[in-house]
Ligand binder design. Sequence first.
Ligand code: G3H
Ligand code: 13P
Ligand code: ZN
Length: 307
Amino acid sequence: MPLVTGNDLLTPARENGYAVGAFNTSNVEITQAIFEAAAELHSPVMVATSQSAIKYAGLGNIRAIVENLASETGVSVALHLDHGTDMDAIKSCIEGGWTSVMIDGSHHPFEDNIDVTRRVVAMARPRGISVEAELGRLVGIEDEIAVREGEAILTEPDEAAEFVERTGCDSLAVAIGTSHGAYKFKTDPRLAIDRLEEIASRVSVPLVLHGASAVPADVLELAERYGAKLGGARGVPAESISEAIPHGIAKINIDTDLRLAFTGRIRQVLQESPEVFDPRKILGAARDGMKEVVAAKIRLFGSANRA
Ligand code: G3H
Ligand code: 13P
Ligand code: ZN
């Protein structure tokens, strides 16, 4: 099956109240884990690559792996550039077979963000490639800042409407209290669902939730049992994700939970089977762990049997 675009996957997701998982990859095993879970659950999926992941693995290698797995498995998949900030890197993806790109201008002032986003839309649209943009800052609401200041970094609904209108972006990543990585909250996790609701009432394009990893207790426990030092790691609870999806969240980004599963399983094999030195036994165990994570997300996001 040829790759599909971001719009092909996200428009029906927003219309029908489910979300498509966008899982970050940087190697064969992660990509296989994503495809195996998606194929078994008949789920559409996005394979996401950051600029640094592309540098690490090689643009042609990633494209070849994803295209091959798409044709072998029949999974409905978009190949997505995550957090594009460099115009040359974005152009390489647009010209290199990616079917969805993110321009992350969220660190720019509003007008500059509009400007860079419009430039990417102008590059991508003639090729039918979808564009995700971002507005607001992905910082945990209570992360080192008072709640009132925290509110200021959340996506502002009127600005979001103006931004989408003026840029023509296809989907919009919003800041509602999530952040990247394994240390999202110092106290009780809290997402600004009321803010999301307001944004969703003004913006009709699919909304995107970054920093959505849960840091699942079982995954964390396994990694720590085998020596990982992850004290204080805390993610977004499943209930918050379930609450967000009916309010327009149609794409949910997961990287950290795959990294944690990968690390835990590798630590386990190396510690329990010190005689093992076959990379396939080590990375194969990691792949199994990541596949379980992807499958759990697909079920939670409601995208199973939507392919
Ligand atoms: O949001 C960022 C992703 O987790 C990718 O991170 O730049 O380390 O590949 P990375
Ligand atoms: P996590 O770090 O929560 O997995 O978020 C990943 C992400 O947003 C990638 O763009
Ligand atoms: Zn992100």
